[in-house]
Write a protein that binds this ligand. Sequence first.
Ligand code: CU
Length: 647
Amino acid sequence: MTMRSTTIVVVTALAVLSAGPARAQELIPLREAYARIPLPKPAAKAVTAVANQNHSASGVLKDGVLTLALDIVTAKWRAESDSEPEVPILAFAEPGATPQTPGPMIRVPVGTEVHLTLHNRSDSSLVIGGLRRGPNATDDTVNVAAAATREVRYRLTKAGTWYYWGAFKGTKSEDRLWLDSQLNGAIVVDAPGASTRDHVLVLGEWVYVYETRRQKFEDAMVINGRAFPHTERLVFPQGDSVRFRIINTMPFTHPMHLHGFYYRIEERNGKAIPPGRRMLTNTDLVSPEGSEVFSFLPTTPGNWLFHCHFAFHVDDAVSLVGSPADSAAAAAQAHSEHPSREHSMRGLVMRIQVTPAPGYVATSTANARKIKLLVQTQPNRLPGDVPAIGFIEQKGDSVPPRNMVTLPGPVLELVRGKPVAITVKNNLDVPTAVHWHGLEIESYPDGVPNWSGMGDKVFSQIAPGDSFVAEFTPPRAGTFPYHSHLTDRTQIGSGMYGAIIVTDKPRDLAHDHLIVAGGGGPVIDPSTESPFGLVNGRRSPPALHLIAGDVHRLRIVTLHPDWEVTYTLRNDSTVARWRAVAKDGADIPAALATKRPAYVVMGPGETADFEFQPMVPGEWRVDVSTVGGWHISLPVIVGPRPKMSPK
Ligand SMILES: [Cu+2]
């Protein structure tokens, strides 16, 4: 995990929570993040920049030479709808054309020579980088003084996906905050014969930090220059394969999650992955300032999402909606709740619609096994006497106490190919929704409020006192999470998550162990060291018991809404070795199913299965920790194999 540069004083709270050089005291109460501040105003001479969906390449390609001119201009831009706040940016533009964010895409066959003219029409001296990939790529930059023109010629010799960027002179791409933050443009260099039928998605952030010590900020996170719900809506026919090229221009990771389908990662950070080593996944951490190229087959029609799984990258923390135009308005709003906070996703989200093939028939869920989950609160359950929000299973007719939850939620043990009907009863006084993360099921039970489903049959949120029956047939054996899909930071953060284990035969609990790390309460006090995380529902979780000499499966489910989580299986002197066997419920390719040091970093929504064979009795532990946040140790006690009883 790469951190934001420690040379800059200003670190956004978002970056602190995701990957920043956080000390505990730098964490702020999230309500402070909502105290709105006045936005900077665009200059009078600024022209309006438009969102660039990267549908076409720019410049003129002739005889192996791309001729391209890029101006850098002072612009104004709306990250959200045309009625939402307009903010100042610098933007790339082809001469005489409308400026764009992200800038014009450079897309050429490998070996193309580029003749690039850069003309800086802004008042600031800038540095442009990322134009080519090489051993010293980060230092391979061009300075362009204010009003100056520079010509550069170079050859793109390696196929891959990355981006060019601009920043104020003397700074680096990771230092950018707001004015220079949208100086990004996709670069795709295609291998000979490669298909260009794909979608290039550039993830960006505009962040205006008002006061560094309290870290008040206004922030927008965008995909191709627009924030959800104004991102492009993608429509694919069922059964027609799709390729995404994800480019992350931010200096921290994003756990990108695709609903409904697995994708296979073909390229990471500009490097192609050989076919035998391509992971099948549905949630993956895109590297800071990195890229990922993957393909998927939309086999099931309906409405789906592709989104970041950090809760605060898909909620109002990354929206300018409601940002005040002046400081008087800011003062008036300073302590008010954001009006839309409870209801909508924002930021790094895209809608995907898959149109049904003729004659499509949904998978039957006849004779489904019935499960009933209640969603409720339990007062004072979490550290700091905070109420938990979570699940509890109702078995038969005996209704569990109304003020009790199970942390994490009950393990849902499902059988591959066998339908279930899970009734979710909402005993909260606010709406909720439940997502069965990673399961390749029909759209309607997928759990995204006002979106999951098809045609007229669309899931709405589960109102207080109401129930929803999610009927589906899990097609794949593996380890999965389930969790709230509404106001994630509050509901997942307070305990509304659990594990689904799909198997072909009952689990051997002596050799099959579950580790669930998730939210343990929303952020309440910046000075508290680690109130936020739970492992198997506890801050001091009970030990796992293993048998020496036997092979054990450890299933890890990561569902903390705000943190990347690191797991290390070790004792005081040694990090153990384990074999990776599955990720996100899918078996990993044989070439990658190797023994390795027992260490893994996971983002929210990811699962991973490992095999561990301790040879002798002893004590181990799984250290579960986050950067600058909480740390929890899970004891692992290896005992001798029980003596066989005589026949
Ligand atoms: Cu994110």
